[in-house]
Design a protein around this ligand. Structure first.
Ligand SMILES: NC(=O)c1ccc[n+]([C@@H]2O[C@H](COP(=O)([O-])OP(=O)(O)OC[C@H]3O[C@@H](n4cnc5c(N)ncnc54)[C@H](OP(=O)(O)O)[C@@H]3O)[C@@H](O)[C@H]2O)c1
Length: 275
């Protein structure tokens, strides 16, 4: 594409019209927010999460915004992932954007940290992402071209970049799973580039969701103190990065881990002498 041919107007540069997307964990929190953002920009969306009830509630909220489907599946179960892939094939045929967002956490002191808790977090946040991504490559490839690659966006975490201090209760598996997901992002990006599929990760800081309910209720002041911008993230700030990564503007961005955390992961403690 020559610069003469490229359109720099925002409506062209960031257009997502006509694309298709899967958002795992799209029934609540950041996933629901991203699904809304995609739908409002003309993307056909499928959301997937375990709870039928949560899928139904989300569908009610999302349906007025565009073409959306929901499937109750557990992404850690192979047969359920197969059901999801078949449903995607039936609805969309090809997949332009895969957002691996479904995630879970487990907090416990080191001596009490259970093997099954560690395994559950790794299964959801890492193993399922790898398996689902691998099995969706044909659908992604079908939507991909050199000038407009298919996009995989993995939702990592700033906790995969630094050692978290706010939670009080250690989350060993969560941090390890997200750090591994960030590096899986890089290795997949290199592997899939020849097929015109880009792979990037977003590493959010604190955003309001069911996962952060408890810490927001008890430690909001600490969260704000720990962030150079002294606040938590807002929904439009997660949608913005996803729209960028999924659009023409982000087509050459590949293998990156982008923190969206107000600078929290690169700062250490309070600096009372700054403004
Ligand atoms: N909120 C934050 O501050 C923050 C910060 C950094 C990273 N993140 C990441 O953002 C992602 C979304 O988290 P959130 O904060 O929005 O929390 P959330 O509201 O709890 O959302 C998690 C979503 O994942 C789904 N899910 C969990 N396990 C699943 C499984 N095995 N199969 C299918 N779906 C599953 C949940 O639905 P069901 O219960 O119906 O399965 C839910 O829709 C996670 O990867 C999280 O690590 C969040």
């Amino acid at each position: 594409m020559s610069t003469e041919e490229a359109g720099f107007a925002i409506s062209e540069l960031f257009s997502l019209a006509g694309k298709t997307a899967l958002v795992t964990g799209g029934s609540s929190g950041l996933g629901l927010t991203m699904a809304k953002g995609l739908l409002q920009n003309g993307v056909k969306v499928m959301i997937a999460s375990r709870s039928q009830k949560k899928c139904d509630l989300a569908l009610k909220e999302l349906t007025p915004l565009g073409e959306v489907h929901a499937l109750a599946v557990n992404v850690t179960e192979a047969e359920e992932r197969e059901r999801l892939i078949a449903a995607l094939d039936a609805r969309f045929g090809s997949l332009s954007i895969l957002i691996n967002n479904a995630g879970t956490n487990w907090g416990a002191k080191l001596a009490d940290y259970p093997d099954q808790g560690f395994a559950k977090v790794m299964d959801t946040n890492l193993n399922a992402v790898f398996a689902l991504t691998r099995d969706l490559i044909p659908a992604l490839q079908q939507a991909a071209s050199a000038s407009d690659p298919a996009r995989i966006i993995n939702i990592g975490s700033m906790d995969g970049l630094h050692v978290p201090i706010v939670q009080r209760i250690p989350t060993f598996a969560y941090s390890a799973s997200k750090a591994a997901l960030h590096h899986l992002t890089r290795t997949l990006a290199v592997d899939l580039a020849a097929r015109h599929i880009t792979v990037n990760a977003v590493a959010p800081g604190f955003f309001a969701s069911r996962m952060t309910d408890y810490v927001f209720e008890h430690y909001l002041q600490d969260i704000e103190d720990d962030c150079p911008l002294h606040r938590v993230g807002q929904p439009q700030e997660i949608v913005g990065i996803v729209v960028y990564l999924a659009s023409a503007a982000g087509a050459y961005t590949n293998g990156t881990v982008i923190p969206v955390d107000g600078g929290t992961s690169i700062s250490k403690g309070k600096r009372s002498w700054t403004d």
